[in-house]
Design a protein. Structure first.
Length: 254
């Protein structure tokens, strides 16, 4: 038996939200597996740091600055990356979370959450997907969701709504684009220590509540999430599409 490999040599991946946290970890992992990686986020200095780390390890990277909420900026970044070398992989890791009780939750925070987490995911998928469809040579799209795309949680109504939407978008695109050899899947982590979540996890009461919900009592790591993304981006996942892969330490298992 000859099993498909997980190497990504010769592939070109674009990763949004790549300046820090999960996006950075995913970009580094894909590059380690041989992909050329175009990193996208709003802050050039962070992107240049990621690109430098990739190149220092012997990989290939390019930088594109863009706000994923802005249709023109997303299209420009994707067009530039694809012109340099045809894109074959997209990972949408740009995301935001602002917690708060629903009864007093600011409308502007709700709008911002949906703009970044849902609109931003869709714009990137559409821009890359359009090019994959034109070439009709297949491709891999991996969205970053959350265990809260499957469950509810107090003070996270906007975040839960946005990640449920990401799951729905992922499944709809998977069905629509499957005839063209494009797989679309989501990775749904539990809380992972990143610059976004560190302030929450540094609260002992909140950290204890999170640990209580994990059967093994241990958070997933950035590397755990990156490994799941890398699998879904590889030939090993050729027959996996429309799937939401939970990397949640068992949070949604009970």
């Amino acid at each position: 038996m000859s099993l498909p490999g997980h190497r990504l040599d010769g592939r070109h991946a674009l990763v949004t939200g790549a300046g820090r946290g999960l996006g950075r970890g995913v970009a580094l992992a894909l590059a380690e597996l041989g992909a050329t990686v175009t990193v996208v986020a709003r802050t050039r200095s962070e992107l240049e740091d990621v690109a430098a780390a990739i190149e220092a390890a012997g990989g290939r990277a390019a930088v594109q600055v863009a706000d994923v909420r802005d249709e023109r900026q997303v299209e420009r970044a994707v067009a530039a990356a694809d012109a340099a070398s045809p894109l074959t992989i997209l990972v949408t890791a740009a995301g935001l979370n602002r917690a708060g009780a629903s009864a007093g939750y600011p409308t502007e925070d709700w709008d911002l959450m949906l703009e970044v987490n849902v609109r931003g995911t869709f714009l990137a998928c559409r821009a890359v997907g359009r090019r994959l469809l034109e070439r009709d040579a297949g491709g891999r799209i991996v969205t970053l969701s959350s265990q809260m795309g499957a469950v509810g949680y107090p003070g996270r109504a906007a975040y839960c709504a946005s990640k449920h939407a990401v799951n729905g978008l992922t499944k709809a695109l998977a069905v629509e684009w499957a005839p063209h050899g494009i797989t679309v899947n989501a990775v749904a982590p539990t809380f992972v220590r990143t610059p976004l979540t560190a302030p929450m996890l540094d609260d002992p009461e909140f950290a204890a509540e999170v640990a209580r919900r994990l059967p093994g009592g241990e958070l997933a790591s950035i590397e755990d999430v990156a490994a799941a993304v890398a699998f879904l981006a590889s030939d090993g996942a050729r027959s996996v599409t429309g799937h939401v892969l939970a990397v949640d330490a068992g949070w949604t298992a009970w």
